[in-house]
Design a protein around this ligand. Structure first.
Ligand SMILES: [Zn+2]
Length: 480
């Protein structure tokens, strides 16, 4: 097995991925999914794509992966939104899950191995809460709520580095009702909302947010498992509380490694609904191909916050076109496909990705391969060079596939990338064809100055016109 180093939020260190059962080659991953009250935005896409790539890379490296990503389908936000719309919370959640599944398909994120829903795991959740109460770490109130006794867990705060005493000074919460301590959090909330409440030993109610992940992770991955992930905004309180609940209920360590992905800014501002700058996945896809989003995410390390701007997406878009055009040129040159990928490229890719999924360095290795491939196309064609180019193209497709890139048939993807990029550049195909014709006419009447002027005018608008043995072709300029 290839050694994989991961930045563990729990220890603050980069450490090797150790399997609980080394003979099995098996890695369990749990990532917190979406609360289904509204359509997914590109922040959700970013998290889903980052974990999709982690799963894909681990499999590429020979690991067996069980990936669990939940749906929070019982929540205040769902109940409130359903009320606004005059439908039941269950109906709203079911609709939003369908939308989310469509969105994930559209951005080429494969389903998780298990996609549990809170509403289908109430028994497991109630059983876990009972165990926590039996062990003295939780208590019920006469109102029918159940709270976790935060101060009883001596190492509470070990993930977020927030200790109960520091939290206490920062909180202005008053102890309401029978809650023993302002820090205690809800495991179960008394509630009678139809379609969003269930019978329990404490009366009608519904689970708190944190307990659902503890129960569903245990059900599908066991008491202890290798990797737990989510967005960085979930570290506190959500993940901290998951640890507190699971360790007490299971009398076992919870996830060994905690991975947190970065957050998203749009045009230098935090993306949020209140700022009105959030972009749903479908809104994004109306303007850009899905692979542009994928490349934009891969161009940043998963743990870093990304600033998405129009200019950045345009760069990604052009870069993709450059890559596909490179692949087509290499395919034409090689004439055959290689059976073995170029070893150096694959090794450089592994070196990058096994070091905390460093997709930035992995793209660096891919870029070098593109450069080498393109350079090999120049000069006299030899069988040896053809084999080298075929190996590079094969390595590019193989490593690209792990990142979710270069999977489309190259020629048709070039057409669709061009078609979506031209409106952004403010140029139409008709204008380009007219310019090519005008240049041809000028050149055939020996007016070369005019021919060059037409070409330069197009170049200033981002379109490159070139003469090839097959005739005049155009492409979108990429400044590499
Ligand atoms: Zn969670």
């Amino acid at each position: 097995m290839r050694l994989i180093l991961l930045s563990n939020s729990l220890t603050g260190k980069k450490e090797p991925l150790k399997l609980l059962d080394p003979a099995s080659n098996h890695v369990g991953i749990y990532a917190c999914g979406v609360t289904v009250y509204d359509d997914c935005h590109i922040g959700h896409a970013m998290q889903a794509i980052n974990f999709d790539i982690m799963r894909s890379y681990l499999k590429y490296s020979g690991y067996k992966v069980t990936y669990v990503r939940n749906y929070t389908d019982v929540d205040d936000k769902i109940i409130n939104r359903a009320k606004e719309r005059g439908i039941s919370p269950a109906k709203l959640a079911a609709d939003m899950i369908l939308n989310s599944e469509r969105d994930m398909r559209d951005i080429d994120v494969a389903p998780a191995d298990f996609e549990p829903k809170v509403s289908e795991n109430i028994q497991e959740i109630v059983a876990m809460i009972k165990t926590i109460i039996d062990k003295g770490f939780a208590y019920s109130t006469t109102d029918g709520d159940v709270y976790y006794r935060v101060r009883k867990k001596s190492d509470y705060g070990k993930l977020s580095n927030r200790k109960p005493d520091e939290l206490q000074s920062g909180t202005r919460d008053l102890v309401v009702g029978e809650k023993e301590d302002a820090l205690d959090f809800a495991l179960w909330k008394a509630d009678t909302t139809p379609d969003a409440s269930w019978q329990s030993p404490w009366g009608l109610g519904r689970p708190g947010w944190h307990i659902e992940c503890s129960a569903m992770a245990c059900k599908h991955l066991g008491k202890s498992f290798e990797i737990h992930g989510g967005g960085r905004d979930l570290i506190f309180p959500h993940h901290e509380n998951e640890i507190a609940q699971s360790e007490v209920a299971n009398s076992a360590p919870y996830a060994s490694i905690w991975i947190h992905s970065g957050l998203l800014n749009i045009e230098h501002q935090k993306m949020s609904k209140s700022l009105g700058n959030h972009i749903t996945i479908q809104q994004f896809l109306a303007s850009w191909p899905a692979e542009v989003l994928r490349l934009g995410i891969v161009m940043n390390h998963y743990a870093s916050n990304i600033d998405f701007t129009k200019g950045f997406f345009q760069t990604c878009h052009k870069r993709l076109l450059y890559c596909y055009e490179g692949l087509v040129a290499m395919d034409e040159y090689a004439e055959t496909t290689a059976s073995e990928p170029d070893k150096a490229t694959v090794e450089a890719f592994h070196a990058a990705m096994s070091d905390d999924f460093n997709s930035v360095a992995a793209l660096g290795a891919i870029n070098i391969a593109f450069k080498q491939g393109r350079e090999a196309l120049v000069g006299k064609k030899t069988a040896q060079k053809q084999a080298q180019v075929a190996g590079i193209a094969c390595a590019l497709r193989e490593t690209g596939r792990v990142l979710g890139l270069f999977k489309a048939p190259a020629i048709s993807q070039i057409e669709s990338l061009k078609a979506k990029l031209l409106p952004l550049l403010g140029v139409t195909v008709a204008e380009i064809n007219a310019a090519i014709q005008e240049r041809k006419d000028a050149r055939s009447s020996k007016d070369f100055a005019r021919g060059d002027a037409v070409r330069d005018a197009m170049a200033s608008r981002g379109i490159e016109i070139r003469d090839t043995p097959q005739g005049t072709v155009w492409s979108i300029k990429f400044n590499d």
